[in-house]
Design a protein. Structure first.
Length: 269
């Protein structure tokens, strides 16, 4: 059993849902990213999505785009991110999923990247612009390395395709709660719950919901029907606000701890 599967199994035994915070690697720099990952673990995070900064992040709104620009300006590279994961992995067993775009993996070399990522301690990949039907080029490398390719589904995904992809999902299924880019507006939890229930009937893996979740109350609402709650832009805004401050780590820890409490209180068995 891998780290992702073990985490969800442990949470199920405790009657909890997962909190999955997202932060951009290298924002404000990789050394601080490593500190922030440890702060997320301390605050109760269950899985970490680590964004790989990209010059043209088509799925990301202004907040995460700006974090990518800051990370790239700080000299962040994919190889450097893997090295940071390697450092972090010496101190924590928390699952880490890299979230980015296929161009980055293609330039690195799919086979070499998957091997290096697995060796560093990465558990999965979330490639926003790689449809599952077009993932053959990386599929064998993923299988050999043991990395999960996390599937994304959206409200606009046709029902028959959504059910087919849900049935083949691995690691966890990421349900995008709204159309548009990250951080663009707030969610309508009631409208999402029905779609998630349909996916649960087909998916062999837990379902995470992300995009638009910004507050503990949002997290509480989503935890009422999803297996995991993903928070990205709201956390990145905290990092942006305190990036040059000695309060950065403590502010991030405080914010994530409040989100975790929301997730705990939102779940009812």
């Amino acid at each position: 059993m891998g780290r992702i599967e073990a985490t969800f199994a442990q949470l199920k035994e405790k009657g909890e849902r997962a909190l999955v915070p997202f932060l951009t690697a290298g924002d404000p720099d990789l050394a601080r990213t490593e500190e922030l990952i440890h702060a997320l673990v301390d605050a109760g995070a269950d899985i970490i999505e680590l964004g790989v900064p990209f010059s043209d992040p088509m799925a990301d709104g202004p907040t995460i785009q700006a974090s990518s620009e800051r990370a790239l300006a700080a000299g962040t590279t994919l190889a450097g991110i893997l090295e940071s994961v390697r450092h972090v992995r010496q101190h924590t067993n928390i699952p880490i999923v890299l979230m980015g775009y296929y161009n980055q993996v293609f330039r690195y070399g799919p086979e070499r990247f998957c091997a290096d990522a697995a060796k560093a301690g990465v558990d999965g990949l979330l490639l926003v612009d790689l449809p599952p039907e077009e993932a053959e080029e990386i599929g064998e490398a993923l299988q050999t390395s043991g990395l999960h390719l996390i599937t994304l589904l959206a409200p606009t995904t046709p029902s028959d395709r959504a059910m087919r992809l849900a049935a083949a999902a691995e690691g966890y299924l990421y349900y995008v709660s709204m159309t548009g880019v990250t951080g663009s507006r707030t969610i309508d939890a009631a409208a999402i719950a029905e779609n998630v229930a349909e996916l649960k009937a087909k998916s062999p893996v837990p379902i995470a919901v992300g995009f638009g979740i910004a507050t503990p109350d949002d997290a509480k609402a989503v935890a009422g029907f999803a297996d995991a709650v993903v928070v990205g832009s709201a956390l990145v805004r905290v990092i942006e606000a305190y990036g040059e401050s000695p309060e950065l780590v403590s502010r991030v820890r405080e914010f994530v701890r409040a989100l975790k409490e929301g997730v705990r209180f939102g779940y009812t068995a």
